[in-house]
Design a protein around this ligand. Structure first.
Ligand code: ADP
Ligand code: MG
Length: 710
């Protein structure tokens, strides 16, 4: 008896509690109904006309907070439970012409408070099953996949059909409620599938400080929000953080993902960093310094000795020319593309990494390690796509509006490099594969570094053929710098002293971090004062100039550019072209960037002079014909200089003449001998023969013997 009493008392408690819960729930549903009527009445009415094309009700979190902060809070803490009531409330609303049976409107919450929007790197276990919002750039998306939503299972022993709402599993019910049978079969035709897509986002590049690795997060979206965002686009996603059990053979690591509820696209272009009024003041002061260009050069990679021209160019590249969209919607790029080519160990990589650290938005990839996602964008079949296609953004797409550093450029996949042509010139890249046709924006400046084909430069040969880079791609760059490791006692001594000084500074700083004594601190402070420019401020300075300053060419600047161009152009001759409209445009972009450094709204003569000096230095380094010492842009555009071309035509002439005489294949050696008597050098002649064969002008029917094709 006593036992029974206890039991029934306990039962009573449980009933009471259950009543309480359902009572609470009921009042919650009522509250939501009121909220919906009050704030979203009009929108809900419109569903009767737009359903099922439109099937989501977007709820601004701020509205809910205004209506009832407690419920709003509860929603963040316990989204699953609260959303259930919310959905019930929506079902209770009278929506004309909408059948309650297959009622299927999604509630999509957005605009969470800032403190519920952690950075990807700050997401922890405490966010599990909570409503949060995350900002990022879409890195990859899968195809839209059919996902089991409501499954209909048939009991194999009694034939009873059981409908179950599937979560993330494909599991059948545990047992049949009629016959207790445990085996089921899925009735596909009766089950309902829903559109499903996986995405991966990564932290916005401008949020991560120099050189850090961007963290990623997987996102799952369903129904009408699939294909809402494409790789390279910046989004704010609101959803519930979940854990997924490990895949087979993956040990016991649970992976987290965000069950996406709402996607909002945010600003895509060059991101403005937040700048405080005092910082703006400091930036204006910097820009007003009469020695600002030198000051920036001195503070760019101070541990690297020399390379003032290169440093100046990279600085201008970061400030960038002005991108223009014309009245007819055509675009003219403002990005400046720079290529450093040089001997190994000449600090090229170091310069690229410094630029990566300073540029407000940038990405660094190396040819050796460049990921499968490549430089622009790709579509691949992989595990992430569950066997289907995954669309992935590459470096240039992710850094859209910023800078991409491509190190070990000569080692990049040729297919990747081909895609760069379009990306660098048209500022977009397209993918047409397996029914996917998409365009991605790549308004990205490229700073690339390459090593010579044979390890080191041969100073007696022209430069371009010593690189494994197609000339068509080469011509997409505005400026080139050749960095040679030349033995020169005086310069070597300076570099040595400089490197020693740098290391000493580094050692001092490391010791200070460990010991923090007053004496060390004093010395560290002295060193910091000598630097005089904080990297954080420099990043903001660049961002500020790029987003606020749009200089216009003044009359004198136009005149100066015209004069420069025509002067150099006039020096063309003997089949050489000294400068082409490509370089003219480079001149304009560099001049604009120079004006931006001063935050000036007009480009003046001084800017043009700076641009001219850098452009001519670059042209002389790469575009000089090693035979004649004269400028020849064909070297860049076609890979051969006018004098080389002359050797080729002369050799072809000789072959044709000899063939005329002998009327049969001629021994190659004979051609070489004859060409030598006309003053040509043997390596040049052999190179000419190689090119003629490749171009199909001559062919080699038997080894060592050649004849003209026509
Ligand atoms: P690269 O990419 O051209 O092969 P790295 O950037 O890897 O060369 O440079 C090799 C090392 O030599 C780096 O530690 C770099 O700091 C140093 N170094 C090379 N040239 C200089 C220089 N002019 N001043 C200071 N350090 C230099
Ligand atoms: Mg390197």
């Amino acid at each position: 008896m006593a036992d029974e009493k206890i039991k029934s008392e306990g039962e009573e408690d449980i009933y009471k509690e259950l009543e309480n819960i359902s009572g609470e729930e009921e009042s919650l549903v009522k509250k939501f109904e009121e909220f919906l009527k009050f704030y979203y009445g009009k929108k809900i009415e419109s569903f009767s006309e737009q359903y099922p094309e439109k099937k989501s009700l977007e709820i601004d979190f701020e509205d809910l907070e205004k209506y009832d902060p407690e419920i709003a809070d509860a929603l963040l803490e316990n989204p699953d439970g609260i959303l259930y009531s919310f959905r019930e409330a929506l079902k209770n609303m009278d929506i004309p012409n909408l059948d309650v049976v297959d009622f299927n409107i999604n509630i999509r919450i957005f605009n969470l408070p800032k403190d519920k929007s952690p950075l990807v790197r700050d997401i922890t276990a405490s966010h599990l099953n909570k409503l949060i919002s995350v900002e990022g750039v879409v890195r990859q998306i899968t195809d839209v996949l059919p996902k089991l939503n409501t499954a209909v299972w048939e009991c194999l022993s009694c034939g009873e059909r059981i409908t179950s709402l599937q979560g993330d599993t494909k599991e059948s019910p545990v047992y049949c409620y009629v016959c207790k049978g445990k085996k089921f079969k899925l009735i596909l035709e009766k089950s309902e599938f829903i559109n499903f897509q996986k995405m991966q986002i990564q932290e916005p590049l401008e949020n991560i400080k120099g050189g850090e690795q961007a963290k990623t997060l997987e996102i799952h979206v369903r129904d009408d929000i699939v294909n809402k965002a494409y790789p390279g686009e910046k989004v704010e996603i609101t959803g519930i953080l979940r854990l997924r059990p490990p895949r087979k053979g993956r040990g016991s690591v649970y992976e987290r993902y965000l069950e996406g509820m709402h996607i909002k696209k945010t600003e895509q272009e060059f991101e403005e960093l937040e700048i405080e009024p005092e910082e703006e003041e400091e930036i204006r002061k910097l820009a007003a310094r009469p020695d600002i260009y030198d000051f920036l050069i001195k503070n760019f990679a101070p541990s690297i000795f020399g390379y003032e021209d290169v440093k100046e160019t990279i600085i201008l590249q970061m400030f960038s020319g002005v991108p223009k969209t014309m009245m007819d919607k055509t675009k003219i790029r403002g990005n400046i593309h720079v290529l450093l080519i040089g001997d190994p160990g000449t600090a090229k990589s170091q310069l690229l990494k410094t630029a990566d650290m300073i540029a407000p938005k940038s990405i660094y990839v190396s040819g050796k390690t460049s990921s499968a996602a490549g430089l622009t964008a790709t579509a691949v079949k992989d595990e992430f796509g569950e066997g289907g296609w995954t669309l992935k953004a590459g470096a240039l797409v992710l850094a859209n509006g910023g800078l991409a550093m491509l190190d070990e450029f000569e080692k990049m996949d040729p297919i990747d490099r081909d895609a760069l042509h379009e990306a660098m010139e048209q500022m977009s890249t397209s993918i047409a594969k397996a029914g996917i046709i998409t365009r991605f924006k790549t308004e990205t400046s490229v700073l690339a570094a390459a090593n010579p084909k044979f390890g080191r430069f041969d100073p007696h040969e022209s430069i371009i053929p010593q690189f494994d880079i197609p000339v068509t791609l080469l011509s997409r760059f505005d400026l080139y710098f050749v960095i040679r490791d030349i033995v020169d006692y005086e310069k070597d001594r300076q570099i040595t002293e400089h490197i020693l000084k740098t290391h000493k500074k580094g050692e001092l700083y490391e010791r200070y971090k460990k010991e923090m004594t007053g004496e060390l601190e004093k010395r560290v402070r002295e060193e910091i004062e000598k630097i005089g420019l904080d990297v954080g401020l420099l990043r903001k300075y660049i961002s500020y100039a790029r987003t606020r300053c749009f200089p216009e060419l003044s009359a004198e600047a136009c005149e100066e550019i015209k004069k420069t161009y025509l002067d150099v152009r006039k020096q063309s001759g003997e089949g050489r072209v000294t400068i082409t409209p490509r370089q003219l445009e480079a001149l304009i972009r560099l001049s604009e960037a120079s004006a931006r450094v001063k935050l000036r709204n007009t480009v003046n003569r001084e800017d043009v002079e700076r641009a001219k000096r850098l452009l001519l230095t670059s042209l002389k380094q790469v575009g000089t014909d090693i035979e004649t010492g004269k400028l020849d842009t064909d070297i860049i555009a076609t890979g051969i200089s006018a004098s080389q071309r002359k050797v080729i035509t002369d050799v072809l002439q000789i072959i044709k003449e000899l063939f005329e005489e002998e009327k049969e294949e001629i021994e190659e050696i004979k051609v070489i001998e004859k060409a030598k008597t006309q003053g040509m050098e043997e390596p040049k002649i052999r190179e000419a023969l190689r090119r003629l064969k490749r171009q199909g002008e001559i062919f080699e029917p038997t080894y060592g013997k050649i004849r003209p094709t026509t």
